[in-house]
Design a protein around this ligand. Structure first.
Ligand SMILES: [Zn+2]
Length: 161
């Protein structure tokens, strides 16, 4: 029996009482102070991880001093409305600086297609940002879709890609 054998037996989770009953281990412990000390340490109860009341109060005070008040997030319709208002404002600023000649060159179908695409991107981005920002809003695919195609990617709202 060597120190490495004792280490291996300990790492395999052999109980200390069982280890001491092995004759080879007992013989080794009589001559090896390191392993004897190691087994005594392993047998000793672990220190109580609980904080004393004074230390707990100090930690609580530090945590409370670090807290900052939060305000509730706006509702999803408010976030989407805000994103649309922001996009309209940005488009308005671009029209003021660059003009709107490009829209006049497009046909009605082209204008509607680009407008719908732009609106869809703004709404989806707002919904995605909203879900990402909400701490309790986990992205969970609906149960029916998860059982049929668990590895498929989904939009944050649960819509399939
Ligand atoms: Zn040893």
């Amino acid at each position: 029996m060597t120190c490495a054998d004792v280490d291996r037996l300990l790492s395999e989770g052999t109980p200390i009482a069982e280890l001491k009953q092995i004759a080879a281990v007992s013989d080794h412990l009589r001559t090896c102070g390191r392993c004897d000390e190691l087994l005594r340490w392993a047998e000793s109860p672990s220190p109580d991880p609980a904080l004393g009341s004074e230390a707990a109060a100090r930690v609580r005070t530090l945590i409370h001093a670090d807290l900052k008040p939060v305000r509730p997030l706006p509702s999803t319709p408010a976030v989407v409305t805000g994103a649309i208002a922001f996009a309209v404002a940005m488009a308005g600023l671009h029209m003021l600086t660059l003009g709107a000649q490009g829209w006049r060159a497009l046909s009605l179908v082209q204008s509607l297609s680009l407008g719908a695409l732009f609106a869809a991107i703004v709404i989806l981005a707002a919904l995605s940002l909203n879900v990402t920002l909400r701490p309790a809003a986990l992205i969970r695919p609906c149960a029916r879709a998860a059982s049929s195609a668990p590895s498929r990617l989904r939009f944050p709202g649960g819509l399939p890609l």
